[in-house]
Design a protein around this ligand. Structure first.
Ligand SMILES: Cc1cc2nc3c(=O)[nH]c(=O)nc-3n(C[C@H](O)[C@H](O)[C@H](O)COP(=O)(O)O)c2cc1C
Length: 247
């Protein structure tokens, strides 16, 4: 079976992040329809440790453009959703049974994984409906100010945003690492084999960037810039203050 015979694989393979949107709003009915499907994502022990906050106020969305590091799509997309790990329902359920919630790193990871699975299902649902999407990790750049702006309650942990809307651009697909760099059958290959695959991918990404006006840039050079110094170092303190335990 090839992708064209399987509409799910076809939608997944056609993914590109969309950063320019038409002004059309996304009807609430479409958001509910996408979330209805997305929430059937598998969830660890059925804990469903997530929630979604749609930001509707234009002033708040304009402020979020700044707080996410100057990302105009946060205001321009038809809708902007925050994806949160959420242990509020867990606390309610456990306390209703006369017990106390015992959060730790495991419960935090479970909620983050659940939220990410929900979010990718949601993105795919929107894409299957013809919308474009852009995740916004920039939501974590100024988390305390985002928290104040949106008046987030304790026990919720904002992870990233999701722009959704009618596409106003048609970017090329961004190449990925070769399958052999991520799929290991039985045993991992050698470091040398992996290094060769990264070199090949760098060459492919160099062509991709050069065609888009950024000659000389590679995947490795981008990662070296991003991953060689710690970023967003206040996250542990922020999440702990909201009720997470990270040990
Ligand atoms: C959790 C997450 C956070 C992201 N944050 C941002 C962001 O803040 N701004 C942005 O423009 N793209 C963001 N992206 C999109 C990635 O840059 C994009 O998915 C990646 O470069 C691959 O490109 P593609 O989605 O077009 O294939 C994010 C993606 C993920 C999964």
């Amino acid at each position: 079976m090839n992708e064209s015979e399987n509409p799910v694989l076809e939608t997944m393979a056609a993914h590109r992040t969309i950063r320019r949107y038409a002004q059309d709003p996304v009807p609430g009915e479409d958001i509910r329809r996408a979330l209805e499907a997305a929430r059937m994502a598998s969830t660890s022990s059925n804990v469903q440790g997530y929630s979604v906050l749609q930001v509707t106020d234009a002033g708040e969305r304009a402020r979020l453009v700044e707080l996410t590091g100057g990302q105009p799509q946060v205001a321009e997309a038809g809708a902007f959703l925050c994806i949160l790990a959420d242990q509020r329902t867990h606390r309610l359920a456990v306390e209703s049974e006369g017990a106390a919630l015992a959060p730790n790193l495991e419960t935090f990871l479970v909620d983050v994984v659940d939220a990410a699975l929900l979010a990718q299902n949601l993105a795919l649902a929107f894409e299957s409906m013809g919308y474009g999407i852009c995740f916004i990790g920039g939501l974590r750049t100024n988390l305390e100010e985002v928290d104040r702006l949106l008046e987030l309650p304790p026990d919720v942990f904002p992870l990233f945003g999701l722009c959704v809307g009618v596409r106003a651009e048609d970017p090329a697909k961004r190449p990925r690492l070769p399958l052999e760099a991520i799929l290991h059958v039985g045993r991992f290959g050698t470091r040398e084999e992996l290094a060769a695959r990264v070199v090949a991918y760098d060459e492919e990404m160099a062509r991709y960037y050069a065609e888009r006006g950024a000659p000389g840039r590679t995947w490795s050079s981008g990662l070296a810039r991003k991953l060689s110094k710690p970023r967003r170092e206040g996250l542990a303190a922020y999440y702990a203050a909201k009720g997470a335990r990270l040990r």
